[in-house]
Design a protein around this ligand. Structure first.
Ligand SMILES: Cc1cc2nc3c(=O)[nH]c(=O)nc-3n(C[C@H](O)[C@H](O)[C@H](O)COP(=O)(O)OP(=O)(O)OC[C@H]3O[C@@H](n4cnc5c(N)ncnc54)[C@H](O)[C@@H]3O)c2cc1C
Length: 399
């Protein structure tokens, strides 16, 4: 039986791990965005383990991604070529395939902050913030989660009180990517007068805004999340996002970013599959490459089949998104399926590299850990299942 370097399946080819040619025939435009992200991924790959190990946030690499138009997530940003939803997905996949922390930074800058500005911002807010956030010159955060409200963020307790020509914001936020990066934070708060959730753009230098980077994380170590305290933070009324009327608007933004998480899970899983395939063809045990043992081949087949299912869901949901017909539960199914599959692939890949799997240099343990964050953020696996369950049965089982 032949094994090892003569393998027929070359993962360095441009299409990567696309066994069923799911992505064949994509447009030249989409491919150009994808290629740019692949090149960026190749540039950052030799650097990212060190940042992850040190728990250091490589803001210069975020800025580089901005220069390459990798932060705009398919949004219409003046001065930036607009990507199709498919191209945006492929960019996310490639960035995650290289590094989850930088992909998460892009997801916060583009997926959450730019999207909030595009969907809900005034003309003046767009003119002020879109360009610097898209370029990565101004780091932005999206502050929804609170210490006591994660999955039930709809019950958020942060308040906003109108006093003359100002809003006064009070409360606590937790897990906020870029929340202590010196830029802006979009804060979701409940209007004390009408009880509705509203959005505010807070400059992080505003008196009363204090933020601590959360230390000791075992996942996404190279992007910083913050715990934020807001004590009588006063902002002018024009800091309010005028087109947010209730929590439903926040949900509208989050549905779109769930698709991004599905692509991100695919990128992580692709990277771990590639590491497992490469290692098993090179490592010899019992006189032949690991890849020459039946059980190892079965595991490779299992991973490839899962990866292909992940790709199919990404492409199908993105097609609905591009056509403007995607429903929230469809985005939830993608997130549910792909983050679960990525965790299974992570467990198998980690086993297939033996002890060497836990060394950062082999590009498995970082992805395995980072996938744990994807599993939770933008709605946990159980929350996605509840959204799907409600869609299937018409019965809400959240509370
Ligand atoms: C790395 C990272 C980055 C993040 N970045 C941001 C950010 O930039 N901005 C932001 O606003 N937030 C951010 N978050 C917060 C994230 O969205 C929340 O962690 C997530 O929504 C889950 O909330 P929680 O951690 O409080 O878990 P909880 O809601 O306390 O959930 C704990 C467990 O209970 C389960 N559970 C909860 N409710 C139910 C139910 N009704 N039925 C069954 N099971 C249930 C959950 O599925 C989970 O398994 C981030 C989180 C992480 C880890």
């Amino acid at each position: 039986m032949s094994a090892g370097p003569s393998r027929r399946y070359d993962l360095t080819e441009a299409l990567g791990t696309d066994y069923l040619s799911v992505l064949e025939g994509i447009s030249d435009d989409d491919r150009a965005h994808w290629d740019r992200a692949r090149e960026y991924g190749a540039q950052i790959l030799p650097l990212v383990n060190e940042y992850w190990d040190r728990g250091e946030y490589p803001t210069d690499l975020v800025r580089r991604a901005g220069e390459l138009n990798l932060l705009t997530d398919g949004l219409n940003i003046p001065g930036h070529q607009r990507m199709s939803p498919l191209a945006a997905g492929l960019v996310t996949m490639e960035m995650s395939r290289a590094d989850g922390s930088l992909a998460a930074a892009a997801a916060v800058q583009g997926g959450l902050v730019l999207r909030s500005l595009v969907l809900f911002g005034s003309a003046a807010q767009k003119a002020n913030y879109l360009e610097p956030v898209a370029r990565g010159d101004l780091l932005g955060g999206f502050a929804l989660t609170e210490p006591h409200h994660g999955s039930d963020s709809v019950s958020l307790e942060t308040t906003a009180r109108r006093e003359g020509s100002e809003w006064v914001v009070n409360g606590h936020k937790k897990w906020i990517g870029n929340g202590a990066a010196g830029g802006i934070t979009i804060v979701w708060a409940r209007d004390e007068a009408d009880g509705q959730v509203k959005g505010f753009i807070l400059e992080q230098s505003t008196p009363g805004y204090s933020a601590e980077v959360i230390r000791g994380k075992g996942a996404l170590r190279a992007i910083h999340q913050a715990e934020i305290t807001l004590s009588n933070v006063r902002v002018p009324t024009d800091a309010q996002l005028p087109d947010v009327h209730s929590f439903k608007d926040v949900s509208r933004a989050l549905v779109e970013t769930r698709v991004n998480v599905g692509w991100s899970a695919l990128g992580h899983a692709t990277s771990m599959f590639e590491a497992a395939l490469s290692y098993s063809t090179q490592r010899t045990q019992f006189g032949k490459p690991l890849a020459g043992h039946q059980m190892v081949q079965e595991r490779l087949a299992q991973m490839l089949a899962e990866l292909t299912n992940m790709q199919l869901q990404c492409v199908a949901v993105t097609r609905l998104q591009a056509g403007g017909t995607m429903r929230s539960a469809q985005a939830s199914m993608l997130k549910y399926h792909n983050t679960r599959a990525a965790r299974r692939i992570a467990a198998v890949a980690r086993d297939m590299l033996g002890g060497n799997a836990i060394l950062l240099e082999n590009h498995v343990i970082r992805h395995l850990s980072d996938v744990e964050a994807l599993h939770t953020y933008e709605g946990t696996e159980s929350v996605q299942a509840l959204i799907l369950g409600r869609d299937l049965t018409g019965i809400s089982a959240f509370a």
